[in-house]
Structures are given as C-alpha cells and as structure tokens.
Design a protein around this ligand. Structure first.
Ligand SMILES: *[C@@H]1O[C@H](CO)[C@@H](O)[C@H](O)[C@H]1NC(C)=O
Ligand SMILES: *[C@@H]1O[C@H](CO)[C@@H](O)[C@H](O)[C@H]1NC(C)=O
Ligand SMILES: *[C@@H]1O[C@H](CO)[C@@H](O)[C@H](O)[C@H]1NC(C)=O
Ligand SMILES: *[C@@H]1O[C@H](CO)[C@@H](O)[C@H](O)[C@H]1NC(C)=O
Ligand SMILES: *[C@@H]1O[C@H](CO)[C@@H](O)[C@H](O)[C@H]1NC(C)=O
Length: 480
C-alpha cells in the first residue's frame, strides 16, 4: 500500500471516524464550559455549585485528580487527620437490666478536613456544598472516617445502618457529617446491686475499625461541659428529665475519655472514644410496689405472736402472710436481673421472708408445746380433746355433790353403807376436782409459758427486724 493509497482510504473513512473524534473532544469542551461556569459569578448559583461538586467529586469531567473515597485524607503519617466527634443524646428509648442492653436516641456529628474537597470560594461564589456520605463506601461519594460503635447490640443498632445523610463540605475542605441514630448497646451495668437506689453506668465505645491512630486521630468535639467534652444532651444540655419514664440520665455525672485498643497481631493502636452514661431509676415504683409491701407484710407476720394458742387461726394467719410475701417476691422477680450478685432488694426480701418463716416456726413450737402437755397427761393422741374425760368425771361428781337429796339408786342399803357411799362420792368428787384443777393449772401454765415465749419473740423480732430495715436503708446508697 503506497502513501497515496493510504491517504485516499483515510479520506474515505474520515466521515465514519468523525463521531469518534467528536466523542474524544467532548470532555475537553465540557471542561471548558464547566470551568467557565465555575468561575463565572454571573452564572446561576446552581450552575456554579454543580460545577464545584463536579470539580471535586466527579472524575473525568475536570482536570482534577481522581478522588478515591477509600483513601483517607491524611497528608503524612504521624500527622493524622483530626476527626472530631460530637454525641447529642436525646433520650433513653429502652433499658433492659435483664439483658444488659440500652438504646439511646442520639445524633452524631463528625468533622474532619479533606484537602481534596477544597474549592475556591471567591472564584465560584459557593459557600458550601454537600455530598452523600455513608459508612458503606459503595454508596458514599466521599471518604468518611471508619468509626463504629464497637459495643453495638446488633447490625441495625450501630452507626453504619443509620449513617445515611449528606455531609456538608466547606471551601477549605472541612467536612461536617451529622446523623441520627438509635444506638443499641451492650452494657456491663455497674451499680446494679443497689436496685432500686442504683445509678446504672453504661459505656458507648466508638472506635476506628481500619485506620490506626497515626492515620486518623479521633478526638472529642470542643463542646459539652468540662469533663465530658463531645457529649451534649439535646441541643445544649437543655434536656428536661421526663417524669414518666423509668430511667433518666444524670447529666452531671456523665463523662467522656479517650482510650485505645492495641492490636497485638499488627502492632497497631486504634483510637477509641468512651462515653460514660449514668442513668437513675425512678425508685418510687419499686418502693411502693415491692419494698414497702414486703416490710409491712413482715411486720404483720409478727402479729402471729399476739394470737392465743388456743385460737386455731394462728397457723393459717402466718401461712397466708407468707404466701402474700411470696406473691410480692414474684412481682419483684420479673423486674430484677437474674445474677449471682447479692442485690439490695433481694437481700431485703430474702431476710424479710426469713423473719416471717421464723415467726411461723416459733408459732409451731408454741403449739407443739401446748399440745405436748395434753399428750403427756393422758398419753392419748394430741388430736383428740383429752381434757374431756377428766371434765366428764368432774361433772359427774359435781352432779352428785349438788343433788344430795337425789334418791339413792338402791333402797336396801343400810345407813352405814349409805354414809360410806356418801363419803366415797365426796372423795371421788374431791379428787376429780383436784385433778381438774391440776389440769387447768397445767394448761394455764403452758399457755402462760407460750405467751411469755410469744412476748419475747415479738420484742426480739420487732427489734431485730427494725434494726435490719434501718441498716438496709442507711447502706442502700453505698451498697455494692
Ligand atoms: C453554564 O451556564 C449556562 C447558563 O446557565 C448554561 O447554559 C450552560 O449549559 C452551562 N455550562 C454547562 C457546561 O453546563
Ligand atoms: C457568564 O455567565 C453569563 C450568564 O450565564 C453569560 O452571559 C456570560 O457570557 C458568561 N461569561 C463567560 C466569560 O463565560
Ligand atoms: C490535629 O490537631 C493537632 C492538635 O490540635 C494539631 O497539632 C495537628 O496539626 C492537627 N493535624 C492536622 C492534620 O491538621
Ligand atoms: C481563589 O481564586 C482567586 C481568583 O482566581 C485567587 O486569587 C485566590 O488565590 C484563589 N484562592 C485559593 C485558595 O486558591
Ligand atoms: C490528636 O488530637 C488531639 C486534640 O486535637 C491532640 O491533642 C493530639 O495531639 C492529636 N494527636 C496526634 C497524634 O496528632
């Protein structure tokens, strides 16, 4: 093929190549008009902002270098990009002591500087623009710090699921990214033992997952009261405690501090931000529903000592009260965590039940003593009224004594015999009366003994239980 032939063929094919050529030149032409609109202050703002967004985010359309959202905007190792974090807590949605979990309605705000996103404000007249940001790089338009809630409850309750808002980009490359979350966390609650006087302490741990501390420096935003920088309640600590919720946040006892996790395998340290949230319980509910009923029932169970042994109510009364206490205990169990720890309320309920059981045992002892005397006297089963035969003998004798004029049953007895039988009747009557009196004495003695025992028990139980309750309430706040 000669040179002329080649030129000819090229000329023939030129019309076919033209669209291709145009396609190649188009980006160049676009760049030209884009940069025109970027710097042309009389162009509409939306055109200028679109142009700015294109110039910082969209590769290919401008001469700006390709923006890789996987790469952090760190300029030098050991000069990490400073990422500040602000946590705004709105309320406690849920707190489960049984499951050691808590859910907070909160906002997070991350701020950092990404030089690659800087644009010229004076040239474009654009004050700020936005870009979609997400912890999922697939969907994010820009790099975001890979910060996660490390002690999240489930995938839905961490930062990632709800970090789906636009970030604001300022001309100097500063990015501000705010999100709303329902943060579900796994907590190791401290101070639980003093239920219901407890102050529960839970921690939120935010840390970077992939970027070590020499690439990303995680810090607290300079907001919030001293000692808890980076944590505010509501917009500006103005959150009103909700009267009708079981748990409320103790703002002035919350703290924040930084920490690190050292990965031994990689020899890398990851920064961590710790938020300590202190929560108090509305204790009146527990006092009214569990503690006070339990104490009242225990005091009532001491009433068993005031009931006469001979009155059959004694055991029934004691056992009914014990059952009522168990009912209160069942109510309490539903609200308390199951653990090996000695909870204040469990100790109170347990010891109160012990007192009630001991009162019952004392009562059984007194009853046993009372019936034992009868068994001893007549060696009959204590379940039969053994006083009856003696009483019958006495009654018979009494009748004989009261009716001396009653006609003798056998007329043919002579006087000596009559006198003799009269004397014998009087004797029988005397011994029967003595026996009866003796038994009455014994019974009264046993009853008196039982009453004395009851009286001492009442004093002792009242004293010891009152001291116990007093000590429990005095030590409630320092229970641990
Ligand atoms: C620049 O702005 C003008 C005026 O709004 C518009 O007609 C033109 O299409 C814009 N340039 C580009 C590349 O969009
Ligand atoms: C600037 O924009 C205005 C309005 O779109 C347009 O009339 C003007 O020609 C543009 N100037 C340049 C230099 O592109
Ligand atoms: C991060 O903050 C520290 C302290 O404020 C500062 O010395 C350092 O220069 C900052 N790093 C960057 C990359 O701006
Ligand atoms: C922004 O553009 C103006 C005008 O072109 C220029 O004078 C200025 O130095 C630029 N600023 C920056 C930060 O690049
Ligand atoms: C990280 O930021 C904090 C606060 O801005 C600063 O005091 C500290 O020096 C920074 N650490 C590094 C390694 O830059």
């Amino acid at each position: 093929m000669t040179g002329a032939q080649y030129t000819l063929r090229l000329r023939q094919r030129l019309p076919a190549l033209l669209p291709l050529l145009a396609l190649l030149l188009l980006p160049l032409a676009l760049t030209q008009s884009v940069s025109q609109n970027c710097t042309n202050l009389s162009a509409p703002l939306y055109e200028r902002e679109r142009c700015v967004r294109e110039s910082i985010l969209c590769p290919g359309a401008t001469s700006a270098p390709f923006y890789d959202k996987h790469v952090s905007p760190t300029v030098e190792y050991m000069q990490p990009v400073n990422v500040s974090m602000l946590l705004q807590v709105w309320q406690i949605n849920e707190l489960s002591v049984q499951d050691s979990q808590m859910e907070l309605a909160a906002w997070t705000t991350f701020e950092w500087i990404d030089e690659r996103l800087a644009f010229n404000e004076t040239e474009s007249g654009v004050v700020a623009t936005t870009a979609f940001a997400s912890l999922d790089p697939e969907h994010s338009e820009i790099w975001v710090p890979p910060v996660y809630l490390l002690n999240r409850k489930s995938a839905e309750s961490g930062l990632q699921a709800s970090a789906t808002k636009d970030a604001v980009i300022f001309p100097n490359g500063k990015v501000s990214w705010r999100n709303q979350h329902n943060l579900g966390l796994l907590c190791v609650f401290e101070g639980l033992k003093a239920i219901p006087f407890d102050k529960l302490t839970g921690h939120l741990m935010f840390g970077t997952w992939t970027r070590p501390d020499f690439v990303v420096n995680l810090t607290f935003a300079p907001r919030g009261a001293p000692g808890r920088e980076g944590l505010v309640f509501g917009f500006d600590d103005e959150l009103e405690p909700n009267m009708f919720r079981e748990y409320s946040i103790k703002m002035d006892e919350c703290e924040t501090y930084t920490d690190t996790i050292f990965d031994k395998n990689l020899g890398i340290t990851y920064p961590i931000l710790m938020y300590q949230i202190v929560v108090t319980r509305s204790k009146n509910f527990y006092l009214v529903k569990i503690v006070v009923p339990n104490i009242i029932l225990t005091y009532l169970s001491f009433g068993i000592f005031l009931l006469d042994v001979r009155c059959g109510e004694r055991l029934g009364y004691g056992i009914t009260l014990l059952l009522a206490m168990f009912a209160v205990d069942i109510t309490a169990s539903a609200l308390l965590p199951i653990s090996d720890a000695w909870l204040w309320i469990n100790v109170l309920i347990g010891v109160s039940t012990c007192f009630a059981v001991m009162a019952l045992v004392e009562s059984i002892l007194v009853l046993w003593l009372y019936y034992k005397y009868k068994t001893d006297e007549d060696a009959v089963s204590p379940f039969i009224d053994i006083a009856k035969p003696a009483r019958m003998v006495f009654n018979a004798a009494d009748n004989a004594f009261d009716n001396p004029s009653a006609p003798p049953q056998e007329e043919e007895f002579h006087d000596a015999h009559e006198v003799h039988s009269k004397e014998a009747a009087a004797r029988r009557k005397r011994t029967a009366r003595q026996q009866y009196l003796h038994e009455r004495n014994l019974e009264e003695r046993y009853v008196a003994m039982g009453m004395r025992l009851d009286f001492f028990a009442l004093i002792l139980f009242l004293l010891f239980y009152s001291v116990f309750v007093l000590v429990m309430f005095l030590t409630a706040s320092s229970w641990d």
